[in-house]
Design a protein around this ligand. Structure first.
Ligand code: F6P
Length: 548
């Protein structure tokens, strides 16, 4: 077994954390700031262009010590070295987890089952670079000789969410190509996209690690049929390329081998945007920007691999999730970027975090007796403040929240940026301090409210505060800093999985629904009555068939 299997609740650190929690659980963050005047400084990690302030969390320096002791007891160090060294840590699928090798420099060596994978990675990068230059530079023309102006990524899950999020997040750095993403098997999705396209000037990038995914193959087939309504068969090679591990199936689909950008099974779908899956990113932003994104991720890899745990941004961040999830019984975490560019960030993280750590069997094959994966959600600030912040401030649930802000805006409108950032700072302060009874009273009196009004309103206007937040302040949103940010969350996922003693890199939980959908699809296409279902499903299927 590559990874050790320690039930975290049996460690010494866990028992100590349990008693430490008893002393800390009813303490207010305000008290913690009074008790330790240095906490803001001591609980902040400055690294490159990242400023990570963990001090508004319900922790003390002792909490960090105990959490790092927990990490040591489950031998996180050993796990990290296996992760980076290409060992088969995705044991349930018999694979290495080598997405970090995709951003490693050319002179590195990473061996997966005895083979150094770095040269092969750089060959694919070279192919991406050349193809990008040809398409962006207008050298690669469509079949009728016209220049390509639209690129459509056809994929789902990890073959869609990463590239779609990055292209949207870095739109400031985009070139002239229009980029579109088709993912849902809902036919209305691809139809809405192709209606805007001219097949003669469009390049389709079919992305599927397995090349067996129903959604992607259905969309690719339907789009190819639409394309062939106006274009000859020989035009396909100029307009369709693919990214996959399954070269034979791609060829069977009718794509030339020269148009295939290979990937390997040691990269998981949800961690694959650094591989050829990032082809649409490279096309949309240019290869140099794609390369910077990878460089940023590599820098974060090095920070994660080498920094002491108590100064390690992904490690602290992951241990805080354990602290809230397993001791405070908090169920979800919000991620609030204060930039509209990261509009799709939480959606992207949902797959990474929930597909990885939504597991209930430990690495020894037993059902866990503690909580694992958290629910992840979020939207950019300030929009989210006008939507769901009410619940974070005054609801009954404890929702640790990451606030991600940038010191510089990209278009440089200082007035707007100061307004945006004043909200970023104000929200974390408000969540921490809340508003006391006395403060509310004083405020109402100043507003000349009557005694009756004051008595009636005070309880509703009080904010308990003590809501934990982490403030991540980054210099500027660039391909490099985005690479760092994504890699930070990737490593956070890894650390959580190691401590929770689960396998983070399989996703068997998505299979059952797929299997059932396949057999129900046969029933929908069959005149016979559906069978073998519970009465609810049976009625729904029959009602659909009768009325469609
Ligand atoms: O939803 C399950 C899943 O296997 C994801 O992990 C993956 O990212 C997605 O489907 C798409 O798979 P593929 O790239 O093989 O089409």
């Amino acid at each position: 077994m590559a990874l050790k299997a320690t039930n975290p609740t049996t460690t010494n650190a866990w028992s100590k954390l349990q008693s430490h929690f008893e002393t800390l659980k009813s303490k207010h963050l305000k008290e913690l700031f009074i008790e330790d005047q240095n906490r803001a400084k001591d609980l902040t990690v400055k690294w490159e262009d990242f400023y990570a302030d963990f001090s508004k969390n319900r922790i003390t320096k002792e909490t960090v010590e105990l959490l790092t002791q927990l990490a040591n007891e489950v031998d996180l160090k050993d796990a990290i070295s296996k992760y980076f060294n290409g060992e088969v840590i995705n044991e349930t699928e018999g694979r290495a987890v080598a997405h970090t090798a995709l951003r490693a420099p050319k002179n590195t060596e990473v061996f997966v089952e005895g083979v150094n994978i770095i040269p092969g990675i750089h060959d694919v990068k070279e192919k991406i670079k050349n193809f990008t230059a040809q398409v962006v530079g207008g050298v690669h023309k469509g079949f009728s000789g016209k220049t390509i102006i639209d690129v459509v990524n056809i994929g789902i899950g990890g073959s869609d969410l990463g590239p779609a999020m990055v292209v949207d997040a870095l739109q400031f750095y985009k070139n002239h190509l229009n980029t579109h993403f088709v993912s849902n098997v809902d036919g209305d999705h691809y139809n809405e996209i192709i209606k805007k396209l001219n097949p003669e000037t469009t390049l389709f990038v079919i992305v599927s690690k397995t090349f067996t995914t129903q959604e992607t193959l259905s969309n690719a087939n339907s789009i190819r049929s639409w394309f062939l309504q106006s274009q000859p068969k020989e035009a396909v090679s100029k307009h369709f390329v693919a990214v996959s591990t399954n070269i034979e199936s791609v060829k069977a689909f009718g794509i030339d081998e020269a148009n295939i950008f290979p990937m390997k099974d040691w990269v998981g779908g949800r961690f694959s945007l650094w591989s050829a899956v990032g082809l649409s990113i490279s096309l949309a932003l240019g290869y140099d920007h794609f390369s910077k994104l990878l460089e940023g991720a590599h820098k974060m890899d090095e920070h994660f691999r080498t920094a002491d745990f108590n100064e390690n941004i992904p490690v602290i961040s992951a241990l805080l999730t354990i602290w809230y999830n397993n001791f405070f019984a908090s169920e979800s975490e919000a991620v609030i970027p204060y930039t509209q560019y990261l509009n799709q960030f939480a959606t992207y993280l949902q797959q990474g975090i929930m597909e990885s750590n939504g597991k209930s069997i430990d690495r020894a094959g037993h059902k866990v007796n503690y909580q694992t994966g958290t629910l992840i959600w979020g939207e950019p600030g300030t929009n989210s403040q006008h939507a769901f912040f009410q619940l974070i401030h005054q609801g009954t649930k404890l929702i640790p929240t990451d606030f991600i802000g940038f010191i510089e805006s990209l278009h440089g409108n200082k007035d707007h940026h100061d307004k945006l950032m004043s909200n970023y700072f104000a929200q974390t302060e408000a969540l921490m301090n809340g508003k006391t009874n006395t403060e509310v009273l004083t405020e109402l009196k100043a507003q000349k409210a009557s005694q009756k009004e004051i008595e009636a309103l005070v309880p509703f206007k009080v904010f308990e505060g003590n809501k934990p937040t982490t403030s991540l302040l980054v210099k500027k949103l660039t391909p490099e800093s985005l690479g760092k940010l994504i890699a930070m969350y990737e490593h956070k996922i890894f650390v959580q999985g190691i401590v929770w003693n689960i396998y983070s890199y399989d996703q068997f939980g998505v299979e059952l629904g797929k299997q059932l959908a396949k057999s129900i699809l046969d029933e929908l296409n069959d005149d016979k009555k559906s069978s073998n279902h519970d009465s609810s499903t049976q009625n729904l299927v029959e009602f659909y068939k009768k009325n469609c």
